[in-house]
Write a protein that binds this ligand. Sequence first.
Ligand code: PLP
Length: 446
Amino acid sequence: METITNISSKTLSEKDRKYLWHHISPYNAKADSMVVSKADGAWITDNKGNKYLDAMSGLWCVNAGYGREEMAQAAYEQIKKMSFYPLTQSHEPAILLAEKLNEWLDDDYVIFFSNSGSDANEVAFKITRQYHGQNGEPDRYKFISRYRAYHGSSMGALSATGQSQRKYKYEPLVSGFLHVRPPDSYRRPEGQSIEEFNLHCAQDIEQKIIWEGKETIAGVIMEPVITGGGIIIPHQLYMKKIEEICNKYGVLLIIDEVICGFGRTGKKFGFQNFGIKPDIVTMAKGITSGYMPLSATAVKKSIYEKFKTSSEYGHFRHVNTFGGNPVSCAVALANLELMEKENLTERSRTLGERLAKEMEDLNSHPNVGDIRSIGFLMGIELVKDKDSKEPAPPSYIGSIISECKANGLIIGKNGDTVDGYNNILTLSPPLSCTDEDFTFIVSLLK
Ligand code: PLP
């Protein structure tokens, strides 16, 4: 089988076990991990020649699919023309990408580029705190987010994260990060309608603001749909109510689009499903479809204007060397152009609707508690039985994932949580899936 080098697959696996520290993987999990060596369309190939349809788009990011000539060409041309210059000055790919993102966001934002989703959220937190300071409210430093949400691995982003198993080994984290319950309608109290429950969840945020002292709250951060925490899709009422609460108390609304952005939910950005206008939008992953590292923090013009101050240290004192790297920006531009040309956002919506329809009859399976989807993003919550809704055990979820893999399909599951909700299968396939790919996913899952 062909590889970049002539190293045999056995030797490569041995070197992998010896030298590489895998991300968020148990020490002994490497024995059966894949060494991925090729990828094309929705398919990856490991170094033993096994092919898999990657229904998780890598790590929820390869929206335009693998192996696209357009992206390779954009990277090659930009490297030849101008491989690097920092954004302490400027360059054409960053300028054009910032303009294009504004078009996609459909409003007036200024764009700050970084490298990862975690970075983008850190930037959002720092801008928010400094904004309030410069707006004459320096006591506003706290952020509210939701349990089960993931916002990144760096200390601030991890503090905003609401998954305790990812955090507790690294605590104490950054102070001032508070959490409220997510709008998990499947597990709402008996007798409450979905609307009532979602409204109660939104009102939790208002209550938190009041109890904590409204003059101390800087921002609320949330994904439009909680993704890694189990595909928790709020009711329209919830997001509108939260926007209203944020406006009422002068709290900035930060929307984390790291997974939901770039067509994943059937709109360009996830928040566009809910008719809200966030103050800050963070994005990464799908911005380049995973071809290059890049992230962005989009900040409303009116907030940016507050940084126009005569104070010596009034500017945003944040820099990262590679944020907005010209090659990454050129690739992102090629990615967005390709998505527009191939109508991938629209395809996400139609494939998602088809998937939801195809999966409907799985609802009668005794261990399927709930199937949730928006765009080409789905969560299948597995339970021991439908009445108790007790989560199905990890061994059951694990056996389904292994069975799928053995038959050539990679699917995911929500992050382990100590509250027991690690029972949700996740699907986030490339939006460029062909009809044959789609049929393969559906028939195998069923
Ligand atoms: N926000 C969300 C919603 C994420 O899912 C992730 C990563 O999965 C992040 C932020 C952090 O992004 P990164 O891993 O690029 O730092």
